[in-house]
Ligand binder design. Structure first.
Ligand SMILES: Cc1cc2nc3c(=O)[nH]c(=O)nc-3n(C[C@H](O)[C@H](O)[C@H](O)COP(=O)(O)OP(=O)(O)OC[C@H]3O[C@@H](n4cnc5c(N)ncnc54)[C@H](O)[C@@H]3O)c2cc1C
Length: 373
């Protein structure tokens, strides 16, 4: 039996993709988003072949590709920029579509939010969930604006610090700092960055991601014991310090990092709900259920897959309990794999483990994520 209506809490990548997927199946969707101004920060995101495949299922591929930089291979280099291996892209959405995509977060948000609204999602900004009460047939929800609603299903897509997760599981699952932070900085794209380029060595890891014909971004991870507070006035200098030792293109770009305001600094935190992500009629998806580190570039990919699988299961027969059980059967191990392997990559970086075979891990991730969801 297909449910009539859903409340989605959180209008990030996962919540918006869920809204699009559910609207395409004819389910009524209300979406509440905490932010009063619905913006996202201005760096980019890597979306790999499994995500391109899901974007096709969401009916978004053309608008999405118009807003993105499509590329095929992933290049792995040493820290001096010497090529080590080229991992060929997999065209999972079909031979006419690219394997991988780099896209600015703002461009992605624009495509997703415009599509969700055009499909009839009712969006309320500056609004959160206060509490809910469930019975056998529905969930009574009290929102932060004092309004009430009744829904067949509530989807918590409210990210790392999910309020819905706290309402479901109390303080059992709290984000933990992993020991590392990520630094990002936008540059005009240079011609040789027409693919994802990852530079790695015993002392560090950095990457360059094309986002548009005229834009790319640099990322690097660093070990930051104790999660120190960073003074915004010194971020450019701190990032330059962390890129010491890189040669080649990264060394050239390093000298151009001068604008503190353009440095996006993020301590890495992770959480994994190690039991079914729902109780009754309230379900978590995306980072609310399985936020991990960006080492495999798959966090948003898993949120997007969650959204598509949810819409498929909610419209494939059985009652809601059957549908959510089937959802979990398709999602749990796949997300756990990404979560654990991403954390492992970060730990190996912090240990500077010379035996760590990152290339093998990336190949394994690509093989696993290429499998049907
Ligand atoms: C440094 C870094 C780099 C990354 N790079 C990549 C990458 O290259 N590729 C990739 O696939 N993934 C990447 N990720 C992971 C990716 O960003 C996340 O997995 C993804 O954003 C999760 O989407 P989400 O919708 O679940 O959560 P979010 O994107 O966090 O969205 C949650 C939304 O809920 C809203 N919200 C929060 N609380 C409430 C509330 N109480 N009520 C209402 N709304 C609420 C928030 O304002 C937000 O809009 C990266 C992550 C980090 C930290």
């Amino acid at each position: 039996m297909t449910i009539a209506n859903v409340l989605i809490v959180g209008g990030g990548i996962g919540g918006l993709c869920a809204a699009i997927a559910l609207r395409r199946k004819g389910i009524e969707v209300d979406l509440v988003e905490l932010k009063t101004e619905w913006t996202v920060y201005g760096v980019g995101i890597i979306q790999q072949s499994n995500v391109v495949r899901e974007m096709a299922k969401l009916g978004l591929l053309d608008a999405y590709l118009d807003a993105a930089y499509a590329f095929e291979d992933v290049g792995i280099y040493n820290t001096d920029g010497v090529p080590l291996v080229r991992i060929p892209g997999q065209r999972l959405a079909g031979p006419e579509y690219p394997a991988n995509v780099g896209i600015s977060r703002r461009a992605l948000h624009k495509v997703l939010s415009e599509t969700a609204i055009a499909l009839g999602t009712r969006v309320r900004l500056g609004t959160s969930i206060e509490q809910f009460e469930q019975d056998a047939d529905g969930v009574e929800v009290l929102l932060s604006d004092g309004s009430r609603g009744r829904y067949a299903l509530v989807v918590g897509a409210d990210g790392l610090f999910s309020r819905v997760r706290s309402l479901l599981f109390g303080d059992t699952y709290q984000p933990q700092f992993t020991g590392q932070s990520v630094w990002r900085y936008n540059f005009p794209r240079v011609a040789e960055i027409d693919h994802l380029a990852n530079y790695q060595g015993p002392f560090g890891n950095a990457g360059l991601v094309p986002l548009a014909d005229d834009l790319m971004y640099l990322f690097t991870t660093s070990h930051e014991p104790g999660n120190p507070w960073m003074d915004e006035r010194t971020l450019a200098e701190e990032l330059r310090k962390r890129l010491t030792g890189f040669g080649g293109l990264i060394e050239q770009l390093r000298e151009q990092i001068t604008d503190n305001a353009q440095v996006v600094y993020k301590p890495l935190e992770a959480v994994f709900v190690d039991e079914p992500w729902y109780c009754g009629r309230v379900l978590l998806i995306g980072d609310a259920a399985h936020a991990t580190t960006p080492h495999l570039g798959q966090g948003a990919g898993m949120a997007i897959e969650d959204a598509v699988v949810l819409s498929e299961e909610l419209t494939t027969g059985g009652n809601l309990a059957d549908q959510l059980q089937r959802f979990m059967a398709r999602r749990f191990e796949r997300c756990k794999f990404i979560s654990e392997k991403s954390l492992l990559a970060g730990e190996k970086e912090m240990q500077k483990d010379p035996e760590f075979d990152r290339i093998a891990l990336v190949k394994q991730m690509l093989e696993v994520t290429a499998r049907p969801v």
